[in-house]
Ligand binder design. Structure first.
Ligand SMILES: CC(C)(COP(=O)(O)OP(=O)(O)OC[C@H]1O[C@@H](n2cnc3c(N)ncnc32)[C@H](O)[C@@H]1OP(=O)(O)O)[C@@H](O)C(=O)NCCC(=O)NCCS
Length: 185
């Protein structure tokens, strides 16, 4: 999938679009340079800017490789970058996870749930995946709430990215004789 053909998705308040090089400064500052945003995410020795650059490139490469990945989450009205959200293939366990991170000023308004819901729809309805997982450190209550809002159910404890995590899962429910759909929470 060429960068130009990565789909965009519109929700009530957000536009999910591919990352572009112009996002680098904001992405660095809003996500990787903010210790509170990074609190429950894997720690690395690289600089916030290096991580932002690598993550943007990784997401766009994944689009090409799998036909799904994470988007830049932007405000539909102002166009401002707010964070990332989307799908990520975990080769080690052959699962697709939903992931999300938003800038701190945007927390608590249901925006992660809105973006993650669109990602789940995309995964089940456009990519035709049958199962998605979501991972979080147990203390990350906000992330767990997002999963629960979408109908994900706790499955087991897991260890990935050097972190002890809880794993939630959501199964697409097949509808006999019709197109696939999943049960909205
Ligand atoms: C996790 C994250 C994306 C949630 O974003 P958000 O836009 O605030 O999420 P939403 O508003 O859609 O939902 C958050 C829910 O958690 C709840 N919540 C937030 N902090 C909480 C806390 N400390 N204790 C209990 N509930 C909490 C909110 O009340 C809301 O639940 P509700 O709708 O039932 O009231 C955001 O906190 C974030 O970017 N964190 C840093 C990155 C990260 O941890 N990503 C996830 C990695 S697994």
């Amino acid at each position: 999938m060429a960068a130009a053909t990565i789909p965009t998705v519109e929700t009530a308040r957000l536009l999910l679009r591919p990352f572009i090089v112009e996002d680098l400064e904001d992405y660095t500052h809003l996500i990787f340079a903010d210790a509170e945003v990074m609190r429950y995410l894997p720690q690395r020795t690289s600089t916030p800017r290096e991580r932002a650059e690598r993550t943007m490139a990784f997401f766009n490469d994944q689009w090409v490789q799998y036909g799904y990945s994470a988007w830049a989450v932007t405000d539909k009205v102002t166009g401002q970058l707010r964070g990332h959200c989307g799908l990520n293939y975990l080769a080690e366990i052959e699962e697709v996870e939903v992931l999300y991170a938003l800038a701190k000023p945007d927390w608590g308004q249901g925006l992660a749930t809105e973006a993650a819901r669109a990602s789940v729809h995309f995964g089940f309805e456009q990519v035709n995946l049958t199962r998605l997982i979501a991972l979080a450190v147990p203390e990350n209550i906000a992330s767990r709430r997002v999963m629960e809002h979408l109908g994900f159910v706790y499955e087991k404890d897991a260890h990935h990215f050097g972190l002890d995590l809880v794993q939630y899962a959501l199964q697409r429910v097949p509808f006999q004789g019709g197109p696939p759909f999943f049960l909205a929470p």
